[in-house]
Design a protein around this ligand. Sequence first.
Ligand SMILES: Nc1ncnc2c1ncn2[C@@H]1O[C@H](COP(=O)(O)OP(=O)(O)OP(=O)(O)O)[C@@H](O)[C@H]1O
Ligand SMILES: [Mg+2]
Length: 208
Amino acid sequence: MAELTATRAAALDAHAVELRRIERSLHDGTQNRLVAVNVLLGAARRAVRRNPDRADEILGQAQDAAEQALGELRTVVRGILPPVLDDRGLAGALTGLASSCAVPCRLEVDVAVRCAASVEATAYFVVAEALTNVVRHSGASQVDVAVRRERGRLLVSIEDDGHGGANETRGSGLTGIRRRVEAYDGRMTLTSPPGGPTRMDVELPCGS
Ligand SMILES: Nc1ncnc2c1ncn2[C@@H]1O[C@H](COP(=O)(O)OP(=O)(O)OP(=O)(O)O)[C@@H](O)[C@H]1O
Ligand SMILES: [Mg+2]
């Protein structure tokens, strides 16, 4: 009961954090750019009669600002649901992550039936953050990623042969993973003794 209450609280918390992150990116990025577009369009309208050349110049700036707003918006949207999942499915998206990983990465995916989109997105973010950590912190020469679906659950593991010492309290990436996973009633375990290896196991209900 206590665990359920704590998990619910963590889920609401993770949800709130996620909403705040999206709100901040929309506010700081897209909204600011669109304000600039609006101001520039106003200036261009005022200039159009008495100084058409100047008006044209300002319209060019407005167009640039609109393009930047679009760019920012695409980044935010990608952060909510990576389009690569839609295009290529979970296996394809993970293949992309594995092949662009600076540490050699072996990938095994055994998922016959697709999971709910939000679950696939969570699995994708888990692997993306874990591989980034391997490259940044582990000193590993090899990393193994395995994903399989078993009895309605998606099991994800990432293991590297580096020097270990992963510590959730030292950054925001691992804590973020734990919160995301627990928000979906999943589980995350991390073992990383000094000297390695480092292994992360994530279990998510498939939701479909
Ligand atoms: N695979 C790994 N091997 C060894 N150490 C690791 C590994 N993954 C993480 N760590 C250690 O654990 C710490 C916490 O990782 P975490 O991902 O939470 O933060 P971070 O990567 O430092 O920053 P960010 O918030 O950008 O993710 C890292 O700073 C690093 O010292
Ligand atoms: Mg990290």
